[in-house]
Design a protein around this ligand. Structure first.
Ligand SMILES: Cc1cc2nc3c(=O)[nH]c(=O)nc-3n(C[C@H](O)[C@H](O)[C@H](O)COP(=O)(O)OP(=O)(O)OC[C@H]3O[C@@H](n4cnc5c(N)ncnc54)[C@H](O)[C@@H]3O)c2cc1C
Length: 326
């Protein structure tokens, strides 16, 4: 039976949320095209995540464990993944479209001379062939792609496949990987833990985004207050991060982070296509902008045309009153 190999990232000894999502994507692809879902687990203690991979539907986990696989380093991980691919001979390899997946997938595709498809969000059958539905033009259009050659390496958009438990026998196969420190062509010289930042943007159910319209970094305090009331996170447009008002890691959009919250409140953000690309999967978008003609109102379900300074404190007070939180 054809193998669908899902690279499921492990942090420490834990299967990540993106790993669970990519296994859900593997199951969705198997439903359309048939095949067996196999997890590729890489890390110094990756075996500990194998039973979780089985719970999330992997019929088998191929585990490459080595002390040099901690911390994550792309060259070492690629070597481990190549050993796993050799053992599995997959027709389809799925990666989460996160920072690791975006780095590993194209490099592995090149080494395997495989077809690369990015940002898949659904699978369908087209004349008996697996077709990939992918976002394109920064989320403005959807393309259906059919690979002309196998194997196929594909990245999967975050939050498009919901993890659910589908326990299997979950066989575990260790894969030997030989690594030396020379295999890693880069090393982490220094790691700086960012201060604050609140909840992770990708997992927050409510995100408040601030743009150039805020006029400066101080106004982000108001956004943080509102986010606290919602137990959410604060993000920003590129204009705000480029200005140095908030860290670059807060940037949402085509060249920033893709988020899928239940509620996205865009404050002082015009709604450029590059920004909207990162929020296209939000369930509800609310825009606060003093320009009624701002493009953000074309994608927002609810809009408030006013100065944010007049709105945010009242909105925070109202949410506190309704929820009794804050
Ligand atoms: C290759 C490329 C990649 C890019 N990637 C990204 C990306 O990932 N993410 C991203 O965000 N951008 C990205 N951009 C930049 C993008 O094109 C826009 O320039 C940017 O999103 C604009 O940010 P903004 O909406 O905050 O600012 P502006 O476009 O200047 O909009 C500010 C808005 O605030 C409103 N406003 C002003 N004062 C107030 C007030 N007091 N109260 C309420 N509203 C007010 C204004 O009416 C205006 O609509 C990219 C651009 C390129 C070329």
């Amino acid at each position: 039976m054809a193998t669908i190999l899902c690279y499921a990232p492990v942090v420490g000894d834990r299967l990540t949320r993106s790993g669970q999502e990519v296994l859900a994507a593997g199951r969705a692809a198997a439903q359309v095209a048939g095949g067996s879902v196999v997890a590729a687990l890489v890390g110094a203690r990756a075996k500990s995540a194998a039973s979780a991979a089985g719970r999330h539907g992997a019929a088998k986990a191929l585990v490459a464990e080595h002390a040099l696989l901690e911390p994550y380093q792309a060259d070492a991980y690629l070597k481990a993944l190549q050993a796993i691919v050799q053992a599995a001979s997959p027709r389809l390899l799925l990666f989460p479209s996160d920072s690791q997946g975006r780095e590993l997938a194209p490099r592995l595709a090149h080494r395997l001379r495989a077809t690369l498809i990015t940002e898949a969000q659904a699978f369908a059958s087209k004349d008996g062939t697996l077709a990939f539905t992918c976002q394109t033009y920064g989320g403005k259009a959807v393309a259906t792609l059919i690979a002309q050659a196998e194997p196929v390496v594909a990245t999967v958009r975050p939050k498009t496949f919901s993890p659910s438990e589908a326990p299997t026998a979950g066989e575990i196969t260790p894969i030997a990987v030989t690594l030396t420190p020379q295999d890693a062509r880069t090393r982490v010289a220094r790691k700086i833990q960012e201060e604050g930042g609140g909840m992770d943007l990708e997992v927050a159910k409510v995100v408040i985004g601030g743009g150039r319209g805020l006029g400066g970094p101080e106004a982000f305090k108001l956004l943080e207050e509102l986010a606290q009331v919602f137990r959410g996170a604060v993000g920003a447009s590129r204009a705000a991060t480029d200005a140095g008002w908030v860290p670059t890691s807060w940037q949402i959009g085509q060249t920033g982070r893709s988020i899928s919250p239940d509620l996205y409140i865009a404050v002082g953000i015009s709604g450029a296509t590059q920004h909207i690309a990162g929020v296209a999967s939000a369930k509800t978008i609310v825009a606060i902008n003093r320009d009624a003609e701002a493009p953000i109102f074309k994608v927002a379900q609810l809009g408030i045309v006013d100065d944010y300074r007049a709105i945010l404190p009242r909105l925070a007070a109202k949410v506190r009153e309704v929820t009794g939180k804050g």
